[in-house]
Structure formats: structure tokens, C-alpha cells
Design a binder for this molecule. Sequence first.
Ligand SMILES: C[S@@+](CC[C@H](N)C(=O)[O-])C[C@H]1O[C@@H](n2cnc3c(N)ncnc32)[C@H](O)[C@@H]1O
Length: 227
Amino acid sequence: MVKSYSKNANHNMRRPVVKEEIVDFMRTRQKRVSGSLEELENFAHEENIPIIPHETVAYFRFLLETLQPEKILEIGTAIGFSALLMAEHVPHAQITTIDRNPEMIALAKANFAKFDKRRQITLLEGDAMAILLRLKDFYDFVFMDSAKSKYVVFLPEVLKHLDSGGIIIIDDVFQGGDVAKDIIEVRRSQRTIYRGLQNLFDATLDNPDLTATLLPLGDGLLMIRKK
Ligand SMILES: C[S@@+](CC[C@H](N)C(=O)[O-])C[C@H]1O[C@@H](n2cnc3c(N)ncnc32)[C@H](O)[C@@H]1O
């Protein structure tokens, strides 16, 4: 037994990290986005369009500037906010982003025409699974931000298109905390998502071919590295 630390020494380790005031702090204290990204962020908030929250923006900014991926794949474009954020911080990357919602596609197209100054972004229209099956390219960074129950279905196809050493980030994997509960305590309408996410954790967290970690940013990020 280690004697250097008293029973209560690591007090913070036993407390929930993401208290409401900490989330608020992460959202307000970290450098804001500006210009076109600020315009899109405000629009998304006014229209209730789900885009990555600010703590995830700050993390992506740091991670992408550090990693400098060359080919990025995104599943779930919405209005193009996260794609344009990635383009801003990795100016040499080619970004392919997929969405199937006609309203979002129209908005994303207009935003890319206006704000994708270096013409880095290609929007593929249609269901992600159908597009993944005919994709030919390889990617070194994938961001999955679409229907939660489908992540585990998309994963094998995404892995086929991921370089060794490549990274996948999957957004919104905590289901507002439901994933930590027993299925009996989860609302019936949420159980398909719950099962999909549990299958995703089963397929990734102990997979010997992958290194995976969970981060409590937004509604949870699952990060996967292909060995
Ligand atoms: C949360 S939004 C994406 C937000 C965006 N990544 C951002 O942060 O700016 C999810 C998007 O995924 C799209 N989507 C959901 N399921 C899809 C599927 N099976 N194929 C293609 N797009 C899908 C939806 O139409 C929606 O626009």
C-alpha cells in the first residue's frame, strides 16, 4: 500500500468532473470563434441546429493544429460549421463531408460557396452508409457526428477507409448519461440508441486493433486510433 497519500488526498478523482459550472466555464472562458464561424454558430443556436458545442470547438482547434491531418472525412455536415472549423485549422487538408438532409445540404452548400476560401471541402449528398460503400479514398482523420444508433454500423466501413495510425472521433456517445445506466432505467424510445452505443463501446473499447478513449466533452467523445 502506498503511504505517501492519505485516504482523502486525491479528492477530485472521486468527484464528477463535468459540473454545470465547469461546462459553463469551458463554454465561456475559451477563445471564441470569430468571423464566418461566429456567424454560423449564432445561426445554428438561433435555429436549434445541433453543432459541436464550444468546449469541443476548443478541443478540435488544439487537436487538429497538432495533428495536421491531410485527408479528413466527416459524417454529418449540418450547416457546415465543423467542416469549416476544421478547414480553418488545417489549411492544407482536404475535407470530405457527408449529409443526407436536403435542407442542411442547401445551407451547407451556400456556406461552403461563401466561406470555404481555399476550396478544401467536398460535400457528398446521400445516406452515409451508401456513400461509405462506394468511397475509394483513405483518410487519416474521421469525425462521426450523425445518428447515434448507426455509429456501430458505419464503423467497419469507416475503418476500411482509415490509414493505420488514423483517428476517428465520434460525437455524442454518452446519451445524456443514459449509457451508464441499466437499460431498464432508459426510456423505451431511447433504447435503440442505447443498444447501438453499447455495441459501439463493445466493438471499440477493448479491441486489440484499436486504442480508444472516452472524453467528457459535450455529450461525450469517443476517440479511436487504428493501430
Ligand atoms: C449533429 S448534426 C452535424 C453537425 C456538424 N457536424 C457540426 O458540428 O457543425 C448531424 C447531421 O448528420 C446528418 N445525418 C444523420 N444521419 C445521417 C446519415 N445516415 N447519412 C448522412 N447524414 C446523416 C443529419 O442530416 C445532420 O445534418
